[in-house]
Design a protein around this ligand. Structure first.
Ligand code: FES
Ligand code: FES
Length: 208
């Protein structure tokens, strides 16, 4: 029997509320660094209307294209993107909000897509790693990652690039310290950090 993911326990706490809170917290290092408030993103009002457990249709703009995804309400944005929209560039590594490998932008702000319910993204604009390279033209950060050998196994790379590209969007002249702070939530088990920092600073120069 499927569990109703929106059902409250005796304290009124729901899985949906947990995911919202966790998504905010884990993206916090990036959001705080850029001066953005997590609350800006999670502004959808509580309607008191529960959906599911059957599939529902969610509409969202993904990389500039309107998509209608039929998903169970418990589906995370990461799963919706990978398994329903066919955008497998977004990687799921920890699946619990601790590594930021799954970082995408919602309305231009970085979030952990494994900790965000897709139904909470309805009507919003999602940008994935594929969206940084429209028509196959790589973003300067993507080019710099190649030039500076900033990827090894590659699992953290899409999320790392989404974080670094967001930094440069908000701050075109970052210092090394700025890059370090921006990427502090993105874990790389291969230890590519020095190359990531160099690549991001090089991309900033290139974008001037
Ligand atoms: S934070 Fe989402 S996969 Fe690790
Ligand atoms: S390149 Fe392997 S985890 Fe970062």
């Amino acid at each position: 029997m499927k569990e109703d993911s929106n059902k409250s326990d005796t304290n009124g706490f729901t899985r949906r509320k947990f995911l919202r809170g966790a998504g905010i917290t884990t993206a916090g290092s990036v959001l705080l660094n850029t001066g953005l408030l997590a609350a800006d993103f999670h502004s959808a009002p509580e309607t008191g209307i529960y959906m599911g457990p059957d599939a529902v249709t969610v509409q969202m703009q993904i990389n500039g294209q309107m998509e209608h995804l039929t998903i169970e309400p418990r589906t995370t944005l990461a799963t919706a993107l990978r398994d329903h929209a066919g955008l497998t560039g977004t990687k799921v590594v920890c699946d619990r909000g601790s590594c930021s490998a799954c970082t995408v932008w919602i309305d231009g702000k970085p979030v952990n897509s494994c900790m965000t319910l897709a139904i909470d993204v309805g009507g919003r604009e999602v940008t994935t790693i594929e969206g940084l390279a429209p028509g196959g033209n790589l973003h300067p950060v993507q080019e710099a990652f190649i030039e500076h050998d900033a990827s090894q196994c590659g699992y953290c790379t899409p999320g790392m690039i989404m974080t670094c590209a967001h930094l440069l969007k908000e701050n075109p002249n970052p210092t090394l310290e700025d890059v370090k702070i921006a990427t502090r939530g993105n874990l790389c088990r291969c230890g590519t950090y020095p190359h990531v920092f160099k690549a991001t600073l090089a991309a900033a120069d290139k974008m001037k």
